[in-house]
Design a protein around this ligand. Structure first.
Ligand code: NAP
Length: 263
């Protein structure tokens, strides 16, 4: 019988928690909820700071993979930061420095889980098992527009994309590792509400619900092909023209600074 092990990071966050709830109801599925802070869950709980590579490696090494046909990693961690330092309103081609806290939160938290996991998987393969691994990261629907106000976040998400894509496309894994990247529009999470306290009720009506992310992504996650796939999930805003909006830095800045209550 096929069975799978699903590891969900950021399990205490809105998006991660929705995936935990989904997988807890699935048959032949063992669920590991990873969080930094304590949490109550029916999943196997693993409390670890994913920025601590040694502690994370130890936690991963404690997981038993033998007997699972599939291992899935859903990475629900990734700090966002609006970067006030950028005051321009037009295209600026100079490369500002990357905020390391944002980079580490989005990129290293994932690599710290996946590196030891892939080594463990390799050992399983050497023992003759054909265990598959599915890796799933989240990005923003805005990543393709390279918005300067959150360039560190976009840079970190692009690095994460490349990391997953390279593993999925690598000949070495002969199709046993696949990658998914789910780009979402503003999502109704605790952090987003904290970041943008002045967003209006009308604006929040179009914030994506984490349940919708699970519902719309699950089919893509479960499919074994293609080995690499990106999907966009968003709440359609009537009359919204992304090409025009994301090129108009003045409008983006005034909307964000109003919603955040700064400026
Ligand atoms: N919200 C949005 O609008 C939006 C838009 C685009 C993409 N995304 C992406 O979607 C994903 C989930 O977003 P979200 O808004 O649900 O995130 P969130 O509310 O910030 O939740 C993230 C979770 O990650 C945990 N976490 C943070 N740092 C950690 C660390 N070092 N070790 C272990 N756990 C850590 C937090 O745990 P603690 O509670 O212990 O701190 C929290 O439970 C992220 O990748 C985010 O970048 C979100």
């Amino acid at each position: 019988m096929n069975s799978r092990l699903v590891i969900i990071t950021g399990a205490n966050g809105a998006v991660g928690n929705c995936f935990v709830k989904h997988f807890l109801q699935e048959k032949h599925t063992d669920c590991v909820a990873v969080s930094r802070s304590p949490m109550v869950t029916k999943a196997l709980h693993c409390q670890v700071d994913l920025l601590d590579s040694k502690a994370t490696e130890e936690a991963i090494n404690q997981l038993e993979l033998t007997g699972f046909s599939d291992v899935v990693v859903i990475h629900g961690v990734g700090k966002f930061k609006y970067e006030h330092a950028y005051r321009g309103t037009s295209l600026d081609h100079s490369q500002p420095s990357i905020d390391q806290e944002v980079f580490r939160s989005n990129y290293h938290t994932f690599v710290n889980v996946v590196k030891p996991l892939v080594q463990k998987l390799n050992r399983e393969h050497q023992r003759g098992y054909q265990t598959r691994l599915a890796l799933c990261g989240f990005g923003s629907i805005t990543d393709k527009y390279k918005i300067p106000f959150w360039h560190s976040y976009t840079y970190a998400k692009d690095s994460l994309r490349d990391y997953i894509k390279d593993l999925a496309n690598s000949q070495k894994w002969r199709g046993l590792i696949r990658g998914r990247f789910i780009n979402v529009s503003t999502t109704d999470t605790g952090n987003e509400n904290k970041l943008r306290p002045n967003a209006t009720t009308q604006e929040k009506k179009y914030w994506l619900k984490p349940e919708k992310i699970v519902k719309q992504s699950i089919g893509f996650l479960e499919r074994f092909t293609p080995l690499w796939q990106e999907i966009d999930i968003y709440e359609p805003l009537p009359g919204f023209d992304p090409q025009a909006y994301y090129r108009n830095y003045k409008t983006i800045r005034s909307k964000w600074e109003r919603q955040m209550g700064v400026g």
